[in-house]
Write a protein that binds this ligand. Structure first.
Ligand SMILES: O=C(O)CCC(=O)C(=O)O
Length: 299
């Protein structure tokens, strides 16, 4: 049984590789997040001397503002994440993406071409995830939160290739296997929509030919025994105010313990690899929620 993913969402997630959730963020939350994104964008662009019309990204975004931190266990999307990938997880990356309108010539580049401004790719470390039986094993999901209106074609929306998480990323730019245009889905959504997706999905962006800057946030969750991409440990100040679930999501142990390798000097064992029951507050929480659901406590 799953907590929130319906059977048809689960099927879509398995077959297409993504599920859209409209109105995941209230208009008030969207407004607040846009304010935060604008402030961080202004501050860091200035600090790093980045042109106002260049695309800009902040990584480990959750550490940059309380509003961005709060999204790691969002009440609607986080249960879906656990339904999709299980409870022994942590954040792999969090990023804030700002994409101002781009030069009109970008529209002449074939969508996602290797030499275009944003080529088709699937997420993975340098040298790639291992490809097994022609596909990347299921190791990660991301939640994208879209803060600006992307309902028009060519406003900078992400495009995904349905079902491509079941294919080898080595084939992405293979001229022998061009991408079937019928499988390309441009994520034309309203502000406040979220997308839960498998990051093995091939994806790229349309050029932003609108007059508005596109703003969005992404949170990647993967198994806890893999290393995160944009932090190893968060700051003590941030960790000090986390709930047990949040601590787990930031890769930490029960109560903030630091004995990541256990206590036996002769037989060290990673508590990420072999977590103790108390190291899995996400599992405890999830099981409680499932029980409540079974008993009719939550719908
Ligand atoms: O939507 C975006 O701006 C970038 C998405 C992306 O490429 C990613 O999250 O890996």
């Amino acid at each position: 049984m799953s907590l929130v993913l319906t059977e048809s969402q689960q099927r879509q997630f398995d077959e297409d590789g993504f599920v859209l959730v409209e109105n995941a963020l209230t208009p008030d939350t969207v407004d607040r997040l846009v304010g935060v994104v604008n402030d961080l964008d202004t501050r860091y662009r200035k600090m790093q001397n980045i042109a106002p019309d260049a695309a800009f990204q902040v990584r480990n975004a959750l550490a940059h503002h309380e509003e961005l931190f709060r999204l790691i266990d969002h009440p609607v999307l986080f249960p879906m994440v656990v339904d999709a990938i299980g409870p022994n997880i942590q954040i792999r990356t969090s990023h804030m993406d700002v994409r101002p309108p781009c030069p009109a010539e970008f529209a002449n580049q074939p969508l996602g071409a290797k030499d275009s401004f944003f080529p088709w790719h699937s997420d993975g470390p340098d040298f790639g995830y291992p490809v097994t039986n022609g596909a990347v094993p299921f190791v990660e999901v991301k939640v994208g939160y879209y803060l600006t209106d992307l309902s028009e074609h060519n406003a900078g929306a992400i495009c995904v290739v349905r079902g491509s998480h079941l294919m080898s990323p080595k084939r992405i730019h293979d001229p022998e296997h061009p991408i079937d245009p019928a499988r390309i889905f441009e994520v034309n959504v309203k502000p406040g929509t979220a997308m839960l997706w498998r990051t093995a999905l091939w994806h790229c962006l349309t050029p932003n030919l609108s007059v508005k800057t596109r703003k969005c946030l992404y949170y990647g969750y993967h198994h806890r025994w893999i290393r995160p991409a944009d932090y190893l440990h968060q700051s003590p100040e941030l960790l000090a105010r986390c709930t047990p679930v949040q601590l787990q999501l930031l890769g930490e142990l029960n109560g903030g313990a630091k004995n990541y390798m256990g206590d036996d000097p002769v037989h060290p064992i990673s508590r990420h690899w072999r977590p103790r029951e108390e190291d899995l507050p996400v599992k405890t929480w999830y099981e409680e929620q499932l029980k409540l659901k079974e008993n009719g406590g939550i719908r």
